[in-house]
Design a protein around this ligand. Structure first.
Ligand code: HMG
Length: 390
């Protein structure tokens, strides 16, 4: 039985910051951000968007009534969760009106969360071929104003429907993974910003990719020539390139050229959104599928997932015959085209506008946010959400 990705939804907030302008205001050569880091625009989440609403908006785009009936498992991967007890999946389940006879949970391992969710979903579908699983990867990446990580922030969510006989991509069985206790990036519960050892995080990412790729080759008997493209978790778009470069060295020239060209295409959306942590790898996959129109059904795509701390995994999928019919390319083009630029002072003010942590009540202006699903406020320590179309 084929099991894999049937639909992919994506949402990013309606505001963005131009990286050239951020660089100038920080007294940095813009080339460092646009070429050295590889980012053009950074999504800026208004206070009315949190990981729950981002995920719900991404899923809202793709779910039809039949999906809502058939989904019996919602798995939410996030590392910027809003509650230490209640899962973000329960809120999305309610906001979208999914079948009540469903499981709903949250999983965490930095940017690896959504990949763990997909692997869990595969197992669930293998045992229950009639059901569908909704996998969500949703985050707001915050390092802080004027920090070295500032240029690698972002916000957004990806929603994936996993089921049997999928429309977009069948996931193959062989997979290689590893875990090692590394303090490269972490966020203690008392902080709303991440702590990071930037240099160590880059080194570990590259080392993890080299390791799981070697493991995968041995397990599968496949080599680079068997891949049309390899997509990466992209904290910034230069990162995957750094990991791919040493691995490509021994490949034939034509294979190197193909993988390099397709890598570039797979960075398209991420370059204009920034790091969305758990959803980042799947945003890169979406960039490739939606922006390279001549990708042939039957070809194999590699996926490298990395979550600091750290867990890494390399797995693969085969594009299905009518995969283009399942994509929402036009929606995403419109979403990018309708975004509004904010100035650096506006971005800084939005960054500092955080929710109260002292139990006080707050009511937010959801009319200022064009998203269908918004955070409307907090009352008695409970977040109040609104689906404007429900
Ligand atoms: P930095 O140390 O300020 O940057 O921060 P740098 O000095 O290393 O420069 C970056 C690149 O720009 C260099 O290129 C420079 O040469 C180049 P490289 O040597 O790397 O190829 N450069 C220029 N290029 C063109 N024109 C110029 C120019 N000037 C310099 N004028 C860093 C960079 C990424 C470390 C920082 O932003 C950071 O700490 N970010 C957060 C951590 C991160 O994203 N790590 C990535 C791997 S870990 C990961 O992916 C997991 C994560 O998503 C979290 C999770 O799993 O939950 C982060």
């Amino acid at each position: 039985m084929k099991i894999g990705i049937d639909k992919i939804g994506f949402y990013t907030p309606h505001l963005y910051l131009d990286m050239n302008k951020l660089a100038v205001s920080r007294d940095i050569d813009p080339g460092k951000f646009t070429i050295g880091i590889g980012q053009e625009k950074m999504a800026v989440p208004p206070v009315t968007q949190d990981p729950v609403t981002l995920a719900a908006n991404a899923a809202y785009e793709i779910l039809d009534e039949a999906d809502k009936e058939q989904i019996d498992f919602v798995i939410f991967g996030t590392e910027s969760g809003i509650d230490s007890s209640k899962s973000a999946a329960v809120y999305v389940h309610e906001l979208l009106g999914i079948n009540p006879n469903a499981r709903a949970i949250e999983v965490k391992q930095a940017c690896y969360g959504a990949t763990a969710a997909i692997q869990m979903a595969k197992g669930h579908i293998a045992l229950n071929p009639e059901s569908k699983v909704l996998v969500l990867g949703s985050d707001i990446a915050r390092y802080g104003l004027n920090t070295s990580g500032e240029a690698t922030q972002g916000a957004g969510a990806v929603a994936l429907v996993i089921c049997a006989d999928p429309g977009i991509m069948a996931l193959e069985d062989k997979s290689a993974y590893m875990t090692a206790d590394v303090m490269d990036f972490w966020r203690p519960v008392y902080s709303d910003k991440a702590f990071v050892n930037g240099k160590l995080s880059n080194e570990q990412y590259i080392a993890f990719f080299a390791d799981v790729w070697e493991q995968f080759k041995q397990k599968s008997g496949l080599d680079l020539k068997d891949f049309e493209a390899i997509t990466f978790h992209l904290p910034y778009t230069k990162m995957g390139k750094k990991a791919l470069k040493p691995v490509l060295e021994d490949a034939p020239e034509d294979v190197q050229e193909r993988l390099k060209a397709n890598y570039q295409i797979s960075t398209g959306y991420n370059r204009n959104v920034g790091n969305i942590y758990t959803g980042s790898l799947y945003l890169s996959l979406l960039s490739l599928l939606e922006q390279k129109e001549d990708l042939k059904p039957g070809t194999r795509i590699g996926l490298f997932s990395y979550g600091s701390g750290a867990v890494g995994e390399f797995f693969t999928g085969i594009l299905q015959s009518n995969y283009r019919d399942y994509l929402k390319t036009e929606n995403h083009n419109k979403m990018f085209a309708s975004r509004k630029e904010v100035t650096v002072p506006e971005y800084e003010a939005i960054f500092e506008e955080t929710l109260p942590t002292n139990g006080s009540t707050v009511k937010l202006d959801t009319d200022a946010d064009p998203a269908v699903i918004c955070l409307a406020g907090i009352s008695e320590n409970m977040r109040q959400y609104v689906n404007k179309l429900k």
